[in-house]
Design a protein around this ligand. Structure first.
Ligand code: ZN
Ligand code: ZN
Length: 141
């Protein structure tokens, strides 16, 4: 894992710092998407003394260099993750929780659209709304 992070930083032309190392190991190792606040809390729980401002600064640098991607949800929360591409969101109408899909479910469908309509697709967006597992449980009661 250390090597993978080294390679990522090297390819991006970034120096290795403790902050970058910790944040990347969190996101790459866990294969998760987290907000800056969640990253801050996770690092704090591991005994790391980085402040929230440092986390934001480090995330911005990692994003600019292309190592991390960011998906903004409702213009209020930004989730960071280690692969490229984009993520779609599941929005819970019960509690407002946001779940990000791991894969884009539209890729194959869009290839078929291009083939059938001779249309060059350059982007897409859609929103999936519903109830998260917790809210479904409440509904059943
Ligand atoms: Zn919910
Ligand atoms: Zn997509």
């Amino acid at each position: 894992m250390k090597e993978k992070i080294d390679v990522l930083l090297q390819n991006a032309g970034l120096k290795r710092t403790r902050q970058r190392e910790w944040i990347l190991s969190l996101l790459v190792e866990g294969d998760v998407h987290l907000t800056a606040e969640q990253i801050y809390s996770a690092l704090k729980a591991k005994g790391q003394p980085f402040g929230l401002a440092t986390v934001y600064r480090t995330l911005a640098a990692l994003e600019q260099s292309g190592i991390l991607s960011k998906t903004e949800v409702d213009g209020r929360q930004s989730y960071y993750y280690a692969e490229g591409g984009h993520r779609h969101q599941l929005l819970c109408t019960g509690c407002g929780k946001v779940i990000l899909l791991r894969e884009c479910p539209a890729e194959q469908f869009l290839r078929a659209v291009e083939a059938e309509y001779g249309f060059a697709v350059t982007g897409h967006s859609f929103e999936i709304i519903g109830l998260c597992p917790d809210c479904r449980k409440k509904e059943e009661k």
